[in-house]
Write a protein that binds this ligand. Sequence first.
Ligand code: TRP
Length: 338
Amino acid sequence: MSKKVVLTGDRPTGKLHLGHYIGSLKNRVAMQESGEYDSYIMIADQQALTDNARDPEKIRNSLLEVALDYLAVGIDPQKSTIFVQSQIPALAELNLYYLNLVTVSRLERNPTVKAEIQQKNFERSIPAGFFTYPVSQAADITAFKAQLVPVGDDQEPMIEQTREIVRSFNSIYGKEVLVEPQGVFPPKGSGRLPGLDGNAKMSKSLGNCIYLSDDADTVRKKVMSMYTDPNHIHVEDPGQVEGNMVFTYLDIFDPDKEEVSRLKQHYQAGGLGDVKIKRYLNEVLEAQLAPIRKRREEYAKDVASVYQMLKEGSAKANAVAEQTLAEVRAAIGVNYFD
Ligand code: TRP
């Protein structure tokens, strides 16, 4: 039986943080280690450029940071294919054909793009490439005939749009050319890590992140600044664990569930101070972050090898995408000289 093809990706607009780790990186490593999937992991530099066209330096620098973050968390280029979107010309050509299968009004209805347009204050000055990036994402997914796309909940509309494009394409130009992908989403309630400040989302633009590349001192300071229970003023006061980020993080990161429940009871009863629970959380996080940080530092010493790895991954991905493009061209009938 052939392995299921899995494709995921990230926009390189900065370093990756613990939210990425919990929301997707951990899951990707698990899928890789299961040996049951043929995994492709794409650094979506072209998608990142759709709203950063005037800041290409940021994307160029972030590409390396993201590659280092991948390697640091245990994505193994011997087992997963890590590649760079801009190095796969077939993706741009697929995008061009798919754009004709999508209406402007359908694009306007994409809730994630809608939310991003608001958040970025584009108003009427939306870059056309940004507006249509869901179609480009359909090209990314279908070029590899990916069956599974493990992503955060916010990407659900992209998968839905991809499925629509696949159905239109197959019905117009001939069945079985493209494969309809399925999204794989984190279990409800567990996939999203809130920010240090209690915001529902850890996000670079909110400045509430712990980065995988943060040094131990920075992590400790960030943990010490975390949002807890604003009414828990004196150690002896009873404290709230709901909405208290220290306990939210302990629930997610501490493998010792019994200890967490003991601490919660103590905190609720009163007599357990914030500094103590923060120190404990810091230890729990350090146990997981220290090996990641160490591997990252090792890989960062040899940047040339990291680029070489990306080059090899991109060559492999390119061959697969070229094959799909040839089938797409033949299905449309623009293969005049074959
Ligand atoms: N849109 C994704 C993000 O915002 C990145 C991405 C681009 C992607 N192409 C993809 C994810 C294909 C999954 C599959 O992070």
